[in-house]
Design a protein around this ligand. Sequence first.
Ligand code: 6PG
Length: 472
Amino acid sequence: MSNSDFGLIGLAVMGQNLVLNVESRGFQVSVFNRTTSVTEEFVAAHPDKKLVGAKTLEEFVQSLASPRKVMIMVKAGGPVDAVIESLIPLLDQGDIIIDGGNSLYTDTERRDKWLGDLGFRFIGAGVSGGEEGARKGPSIMPGGPASTWDVMRPIFESIAAKVDGEPCVTHIGPGGAGHYVKMIHNGIEYGDMQLICEAYNIFKAAGFEPKELAEVFTDWNEGDLESYLIQITSKIFAQKDPATGKPLVDLILDTAGQKGTGKWTIMNAVENTVVISTINAAVEARILSSMKDQRVAASKVLEGPKPEIDAKKKKLVKKVHDALFASKIISYAQGLDLIATMGKEKGWGLDLGKIAAIWRGGCIIRARFLNHITEAYRSNPELGNLMLAPYFTDLLNDFQENWREVISMATLAGIPVPAFSASLGYYDSYRSAVLPANLLQAQRDFFGAHTYERVDKPRGEMFHTDWPEVIG
Ligand code: 6PG
């Protein structure tokens, strides 16, 4: 019987939870997984739900009402193409395929064209929120034709997280725009996580125990730093290892993994000549963390001060709060700058206010301060840099002294704070009316006759000097 409203292929954790979410909103859902036993077990585990478990792809496709809406939740890359290829002979023109994985946006653009040429409709949708978000309401970033969005809208809006009654989903733009914005979301996620880790490292050097840190982060989560990542960090600090009774965080090896979205973000920033130094630092910090053996060896020969910070705990908490918040603002300013630049380059017509609004709930970077970002772009869609929105200018002016102090303290104690420092470096460069690039231009002209402009002549007029010869 062809009466399922929605179909999903790929019953890993995210897929299963999305299915349960869609079903819970009153839709009948068909499911298919390459390993049939996974499908059978999943359907059997939810006997009271309107689920149709298909043993074959043919059966799956036949169980869907027209136009068919098929969401693919498999590993990004080759597996997505493989599923699409096997679907093509079974689907009819006008059917909709949605890729809900963390696909590279250029792959999405290719698939958009490929499927569009064949008469199918394709949506590349970023889905954020992990397992819990998928089940209760994720933030969804769909890209593709606006007319396809119109068809998908009721389902997407009903399953997405809600903030003040507004669903955390919007049509991002055509082609790969949705997966692109999800990629930058992940870059920002990397930045947020690294900044929190740097705050933790400073606190550790000042003698804070995980138990105290659980309290600090719980307090922060009740204030202007309120966010999902701060909240889960407080819970992580409170977690004991059942085997040893010790704080679990102390037993976890300090080498971070990454699947690639952070790396893609910085590659795209370089292509667009946009500075995202905080996100760069976060990606590189993960790379350095993974070089555990080299670090252990180097720690025995390369000297530095003892990583100890002597400070009154209460005062330090406030200072680190300000440093963290200021750096976080920079990270978002950079990520949003990249989205705006790329959006213009591609003619995607992106609305930064809407993007910030759908990040307020459901996703990993959801945070109270996204309300202010939303407001900043809603009141000035042409806002050049987030730092220049009055609310954020005031905060940065307020935080900058403590921010400098925290970075100085950490640096003097030999504690690495690459993302805090990169953020402050960006802030100081951006607010400098004069930078030392005059010397750089002289150097370029010296060895390569690249010419330079002069401060006492109109812009655009180029000069060259016959510099003295250098012998040897
Ligand atoms: C989300 C997450 C999710 C996942 C990423 C990041 O928005 O729900 O970003 O997509 O955590 O895959 O993973 P890595 O840290 O492994 O790169």
